[in-house]
Design a protein around this ligand. Sequence first.
Ligand code: CAP
Ligand code: MG
Length: 468
Amino acid sequence: MAVQFDYLARKGWKPKNEDKDYLITLLKVEFSKAALREARNKKTSMKKLFEDAAASVAAESSTGTWTKVYAGKDSGIPLAGKLRAMAYDLDYKNSTFKVAYPIKLFELDNISGLLAGIVGNIAGMKMVSAMRFYDVKFPEKMIKAFPGPAFGVPGVRKMLKKPSGCLVATVPKPKIGRSDVEQSNLAKELFTSGHGTYDGIKDDENLTNLSFNKFDKRCKMILNELKKAEKKTGKKKFYLCNITHSNIEEMARRAKLIKKNGGVFMMMDVITTGFTGVDSMRRKNLGLAIHAHRAMHGFITRDNSPGVHGHGKLYGFSISMIVLAKLFRLLGVDSIHGGSPLAKMEDYGEAEYITRVLQDKNLKAHSKIPSLGQEWYHIKPVWMAASGGLHPGDFESVLDKLGEDILIQCGGGLLGHPEGVARGVQAIEEARILYEKKIPMRVWVKKNPDSALAVAVNLWGYGPKIVY
Ligand code: CAP
Ligand code: MG
């Protein structure tokens, strides 16, 4: 397809001054039946077909189209040639390749525009039957065009006066059912049960402003309970209050209400509200940290074909969670659901690396997961929210794997405690303190068979497992 210019780099070519002058993507493709048929008819080798596909991706996502176009005066062709993206580092065995985009192709602070380029049309090309966008590496100037998280890991720690250790939070279950009043009663119970160390309560992704659970009332009542609990327990608390709406102005109004009532966090469903929603809310600088729920990401990131990690066949079109984590770190969320090892949600064994994507300053490419690394410059590290089927028995393994800059979210894993909510709080308090004191959970549980933690592990066991 890439007929006007050569969009395929010669073997061994590398972009010069890559971190400053280029944005890089890493992709894998499979060829459609039509492309294979045409290749057979034209006696094109598989090698050539792959090169054509890689070049076509570079063309369609930068300056080209399917045919030669007018190249005379005022055509823009000379500049289009200069600014064309180049496909390079072709791995003929695995059909993976990189594309290098000169930075001038982009408006530096516009993620929506950027994505319309680098992955705008390419997944629709008839010549491919599958594609995965594994990773993106931003150039320095693009990183510097974004503020990143206002708080990040250090800012939230300071705000909550919690210099070390993981954070714990609970999403009320049932997902929908409690009234605003009932939810604030639950907040009180979570915050004041046990030793009063429970950190947070979170709205569920689909809880917005419902007839029986009004946003304004819920927000005010929970933050009121939170204040009282802080006084009573002497511990800082947070409420991840879901402002999700398809109207940015309404999200801003809700965020201002949180601020006015003394809240420190807003929560957004960042996929359904979109890049524009997140960027706009971040740049409003409302003085609130942003918790990012990734509801709907599975329709983007999910890919159960063998090629998900680079080797083997791909069956569909997808974008990895690594890419999404990078985009939302850049846009400035302070915490984000990134998956958890063997939780109820698929993570493809990537949760540990995603934690690094969110938190490392000089991120290195992974040796097994297709990835590119990233220098993050001034962008702060982001909390990894580990969630989905987690329970107290998981704490050791999740903390061992992901480190302590994580928010462990247990919904069912607290509210499903056989002896009630207060005992659920206690079980999580016990699990956290044991880890902080480096006391092996199994040993302690054996010695304390009547403890809330013992009752929880008796029901759910130890360590993450896949739940249904
Ligand atoms: C967890 C949760 C979260 C998922 C999202 C839920 O509840 O509230 O939305 O964790 O997945 O509704 O399932 P439980 P992820 O603690 O009861 O499982 O974190 O992978 O984005
Ligand atoms: Mg949820």
